[in-house]
Design a protein around this ligand. Structure first.
Ligand code: IMP
Length: 441
């Protein structure tokens, strides 16, 4: 049974939640491998809308087991809130949700440090979600982080907490001039969280190993996107985890040779929240129209997203660093009313034409996009059941984009509902999961 990674190809918010939701009934397990509650995966089921932050989107399918892997940083208070709201809506967590004992905790001082650091950076601030994700990963790398297993060991938890509170208080007071914390105000709520979470905490790497050996199929659900990856993204305007396909192995303990393929999710245009370069950024009325039609506001922070045209330089790069076998294209319908649609095919920098994505901050902030302009289709796409039903000009747009990025499309999403999805013939997706076809009919 295939084990497949689903990753964002742009700056996050590509619609991975919907793609995972469509695929979840065809796998046995969905696992998150990085990020934290900075993510916001929106899934629409009929009239119900679910926004998931730390729990994999597979949880909405009875029988699909969901794992929060060791590469994820967990804010226990926020996770418990998310769990309670799912339980209230009838979702069964017991026996379906498993949390890695090695996942690191987001502690109350992490969001405080996140906000204080952003304030200090001034114009070079990253525009983080303020959830403390970056500082939690700092502690992990500095080897002072507190893990799920530590939370369940009261003596060790207290010892690590005392060390961290003393250290963070010095930072907060002396570097950032910000409010400090005391051990007891953290200890008591966290020990309550421990009682709540204990039944779900386990050795998920071992569990995944056993499941895979017994023939289970696993979907690795990436959060954020390739361009926010700590190594491959637009550093320093990135998140602090490995969002790309490689992160799926380290963030779960499943060896690379047991991961059989990678599916990228790309929006038919581009969006970004927070600071940093966005070469194809739109301005004025065009940007406002796309933002309104695409409801481009952050699922976690509500911030308006910056919008841009499709960027084939970015998408080609994502195909390369993730080894994408195929791409699911989302939100095609948002372009339905655009008279002209543009695709960036290269960048111009100081007279040179760049066709490969440049990593350097100075180059990237100085590039000019080179566009190909196509005339828009000016017709609705959301009722199309297959590619042939799409307006001819929409098909031309898809064909050109596919050609430029170098990977075949497997799925075209034309609306938030599960049935607003077109499956592309001869795609790797249908080879991996042939039953997807009948479930979308
Ligand atoms: P952090 O992950 O909160 O540290 O934020 C770092 C950068 O990643 C900021 O530009 C955020 O806007 C961006 N970011 C984090 N999570 C998401 C997400 O789920 N979607 C889109 N952008 C995100």
């Amino acid at each position: 049974m295939p084990n497949i990674v689903v990753v964002g190809t742009q700056w996050g918010d590509e619609g991975k939640g919907k793609v995972v939701d469509v695929l979840a009934p065809h796998v046995n397990v969905v696992v998150r491998y990085q990020g934290g509650n900075n993510a916001g995966h929106t899934v629409v089921v009929g009239r119900e809308k679910y926004v998931l932050h730390s729990i994999p989107s597979g949880i909405l399918h009875p029988g699909c087991r969901c794992v929060i892997g060791c590469g994820v940083v967990v804010d226990p208070g926020s996770l418990i809130e998310e769990m309670e709201s799912l339980v209230q809506r009838g979702v069964v967590l017991d026996g379906n949700l498993f949390i890695s004992k090695n996942a690191h905790l987001i502690m109350p001082y992490h969001p405080a440090l996140d906000r204080a650091s952003e304030a200090k950076l001034g114009p070079r601030r990253i525009g983080t979600t303020g959830k403390g994700v970056g500082p939690a990963y700092v502690d992990r790398a500095a080897r002072v982080g507190i893990r799920m297993a530590d939370l369940l060991d009261e003596r060790l938890f207290r010892e690590k907490l005392e060390y961290n509170v003393a250290q963070k208080n010095r930072l907060l007071r002396e570097i950032y001039d910000a409010q400090t914390f005391n051990v007891d105000e953290i200890l008591h709520p966290y020990l309550r969280y421990a009682g709540w979470l204990a039944p779900y905490v386990t050795d998920t790497a071992l569990l995944l190993h056993k499941w895979i050996d017994s023939g289970y199929s696993v979907l690795f659900e990436g959060a954020q996107g390739t361009m926010l990856d700590i190594d491959h993204g637009t550093y320093p305007f990135i998140t602090s985890s490995s969002t790309t396909a490689g992160g799926a192995a380290t963030g779960t303990g499943v060896p690379p040779k047991k991961i059989h393929g990678a599916l990228g999710v790309a929006k038919a245009y581009t969006t970004r929240v927070g600071g940093g370069p966005l070469p194809t950024e739109m301005t004025g009325r065009v940007a406002e129209e796309i933002r309104a039609r695409g409801k481009e506001y952050g699922a976690t922070t509500g911030r308006p997203r910056r919008c841009g045209w499709a960027d084939a330089v970015v998408l080609r790069y994502a195909v390369r660093v993730n080894g994408l076998d195929t791409v699911a294209l989302t939100k095609l319908d948002v372009l339905d009313q655009s008279e002209t649609v543009k695709i960036c095919v290269a960048y111009r920098y100081q007279g040179d034409l760049l066709t490969d994505f440049p990593g350097e901050e100075t180059v990237l902030s100085g590039v000019e996009p080179v566009y190909e302009e196509l005339s828009g289709w000016m017709a609705p796409t959301s009722r199309a059941k297959n590619e042939a039903d799409l307006p001819a000009k929409a098909r031309q747009y898809l064909e050109r984009l596919q050609e430029l990025i170098g990977a075949p499309f497997c799925m075209i999403s034309t609306g938030p509902q599960r049935d607003e999805t077109i499956l592309c013939e001869d795609s790797p997706l249908l080879r991996w999961f042939p039953s997807v076809r009948s479930s979308l009919l």
